[in-house]
Design a protein around this ligand. Structure first.
Ligand code: C5P
Length: 215
């Protein structure tokens, strides 16, 4: 089965030297790519800038902006069995890009931001038989927010995590996740390493996919 996994942050440049981004390490997405490969999958790992080595046997597709990530995902969508969006995609980008370095002045500087493409939302509208998995990084109301995202983006599975909890979130080695599927079943998983969490998520994806094959 073909997997598309996204990882890491995106960078949205305002001039050649400055960008908007976030502290995503890419660890969760890389762990998912490894787990999918170990289950025999053919894996394209579309990643923003990170310092990790790609897992063996995985095709690494480096990207920078949300727009490029979107294009690389959709280019590979035909024939894919699952798309797992673990990337921390920037929701906004600067409205204008300056080819020259912006000069500082004496006063304030305002930045005008516009939305980046909602990759997961677009996938949800066009997904067909693909198993679609999203992540939901929250600081409050994890279950409600994740359930709402699952529904509004037409996902098969959502992995919610409390990025403010100890041992969870961006650069941590571990994650405590709440996993919700389309039938509304809510599972609170214990604190797991990102590798263990990735293996459990891939198992769930394969189960959903197998069920779809039978129906
Ligand atoms: O709505 P929120 O940004 O919290 O949703 C997070 C999920 O949506 C993640 O799976 C992330 O990869 C995905 N996402 C996306 N496109 C965006 C922003 C987030 O696909 N522009």
């Amino acid at each position: 089965m073909k997997f598309i996994v996204t990882a890491g942050p995106t960078r949205e440049f305002l001039d050649p030297f400055r960008f908007i981004s976030n502290p995503s390490s890419g660890k969760m997405g890389f762990a998912l790519a490894r787990a999918a490969r170990e289950r025999g999958g053919e894996v394209a790992l579309i990643s923003g800038p990170v310092v990790l080595d790609p897992p063996p046997g995985v095709e690494l597709v480096p990207v920078t902006s949300a727009r490029r990530m979107r294009d690389e995902v959709f280019r590979r969508l035909p024939g894919a069995g699952a798309v797992i969006m673990a990337a921390a995609v920037s929701d906004y980008r600067p409205a204008r890009y300056s080819r020259k370095k912006l000069k500082k002045g004496p006063g304030r500087l305002s930045l005008d931001l516009v939305r980046t493409p909602d990759i997961l939302g677009e996938l949800g509208r066009k997904k067909g038989e693909v198993v679609l998995v999203g992540f939901s990084a929250e600081t409050e109301n994890i279950v409600d927010n994740a359930a709402e995202k699952l529904k509004s983006k037409n996902l098969d599975l959502i992995v919610g995590n409390d990025i403010s909890a100890p041992g969870s979130g961006f650069a941590a080695e571990t994650n405590r996740a709440v996993v919700i599927d389309r039938t509304g079943v809510v599972e609170e998983w214990p604190l797991l390493t990102k590798n263990e969490l990735a293996e459990r998520i891939i198992d769930r994806v394969l189960t959903i996919r197998a069920g779809r094959g039978r129906s």
